[in-house]
Design a protein around this ligand. Structure first.
Ligand code: ADP
Ligand code: MG
Length: 395
């Protein structure tokens, strides 16, 4: 292997891409962390592939600049950028053997035959295909073809590895193995890696950082835990899932919602706390958006399903001589009825109806075993379950 360079930074500045009327990317600013895996996630059609195309040099942006390894590469041809793209569909040459395919890019660079065959064989070995170098694509499984595609990219010793839904054409049981391989290879090389996926679970598990794109706009770029626990917008909360999103209004010491008054998020205190609101900026820096701090602000209330608590209705009524509205609201206690309970193995998902609104609680099955359809329940919404984002985030 060639000597290693320091991990390369990748910056996008105001990148816009229009196809006629379609705005595929809309002023995207993104600083991809050097030497880490960043997952780019969003629904189908949000602009993920166009973004990779712009970085790889296969797509010219309508506006904006791309900086890679400290250079402005916006006007450089793809082969001079040091970024290599692996496509969703492994586009192998049908008439080349795996070895010839992996060696192809080296051949284009004028590497002599013996040397390129040596490097290609070594790379095939590394991706777990030692001994299969003589096979053509038709003689390889989908997972093996995707490994060839990965080897073909890595043998070029890129500064930045771009993967466009690398696992989505594979059977689920093959995905874990290939994902682990990508992570291993990335770590070995400290390769700045940008992986596209539309699978939210994969996005959270794969990357060191998570960038969430909707309609060509970057809504949030942060660590996976921040994105899950502190979504920047209602769209992010809905897409990443495991949440309920309700309209609401922030009051001084609580937030009003269609299911009743709820506590403010942890860290957002009540009276006298003029400045804070429980929301991060799109850069995930934890910066607080002041508008949410104002009493009377319209918000969206994000409730985390795994932090909601169910109690049998009687239990609360018994303990609750003071279960008047004030106490209920401070503790986030809501009265409802179980609409459905679904056993999922280690976890159970219970849907509760409160004032005509359905909410889902998810918890270890042992905690929720007692709640069958029709049961009267009290739903406890602790402050840790609550997060606020600006209403109708007008992105
Ligand atoms: P994603 O990878 O997130 O699914 P798409 O590939 O669907 O994103 O691209 C986003 C938008 O850009 C879509 O509306 C798509 O039709 C449009 N688009 C992408 N590539 C092209 C192209 N080469 N020509 C015209 N429109 C394109
Ligand atoms: Mg795509």
């Amino acid at each position: 292997m060639t000597e290693r360079h320091a991990p390369a930074a990748l910056h996008l500045r105001g990148v816009t891409k229009r196809y006629g009327e379609v705005v595929a990317l809309d002023g995207v600013d993104l600083e991809v962390a050097p030497g880490l895996i960043t997952t780019l996630v969003g629904p189908s059609g949000c602009g993920k592939s166009p973004l990779l195309g712009v970085v790889a040099g296969l797509t010219a942006p309508t506006a904006g600049r791309v900086h890679l390894g400290g250079r402005d590469v916006t006007d450089l041809p793809a082969e001079r950028r040091g970024a290599v793209l692996v496509f969703q569909e492994h586009r192998l040459f049908p008439f080349l053997t795996a070895l010839e395919d992996v060696a192809f890019g080296l051949r284009m660079r004028g590497v002599p035959r013996r040397e390129r065959d040596r490097q290609a064989a070594e790379m095939l070995e590394r991706v777990g295909l030692g001994g299969l170098g003589g096979r053509r694509p038709a003689e390889l499984s989908g997972g093996q073809r995707q490994r060839v595609a990965l080897a073909r990219a890595l043998v070029l010793d890129p500064q930045v590895l771009l993967l466009d839904e690398p696992l989505s054409s594979l059977d689920p049981h093959l995905r874990d193995g290939l994902r682990e391989l990508v992570v291993e290879l990335q770590l070995e090389r400290e390769l700045t890696t940008l992986v596209v996926t539309h699978d939210r679970e994969e996005a959270v598990a794969f990357g060191d950082r998570l960038a969430v794109l909707f309609d060509g706009r970057l809504h949030q770029h942060a660590g996976p835990r921040d994105v899950v626990e502190r979504p920047a917008t209602g769209e992010v909360a809905r897409f990443i899932g495991a949440t309920e999103v309700l309209p609401g209004r922030r009051m001084r010491d609580r937030v009003m919602s269609p299911i009743g008054p709820l506590p403010l998020p942890a860290g957002v205190s009540g009276p006298g706390d003029g400045g804070s609101g429980g929301v991060v900026g799109a850069d995930g820096s934890g910066g607080v958006v002041g508008a949410l701090g104002a009493a009377g602000a319209d918000v969206e209330v994000v409730l985390r399903r795994d932090r909601l608590r169910l109690r049998a209705a009687a239990a609360v009524t018994d303990s609750g001589s003071g279960a008047d509205d004030q106490v209920r609201s401070e503790r986030g206690l809501l009265v409802g009825r179980v609409a459905a309970a679904r056993y999922l193995g280690t976890r159970t998902r219970v849907t509760v109806t409160i004032d005509g609104h359905e909410l889902t609680v998810e918890a270890p099955s042992a905690e929720l075993a007692a709640f069958g359809a029709g049961a009267a329940v009290t739903l406890e919404v602790p402050a840790e379950a609550v997060w606020l984002v600006p209403a109708g985030s007008s992105w």
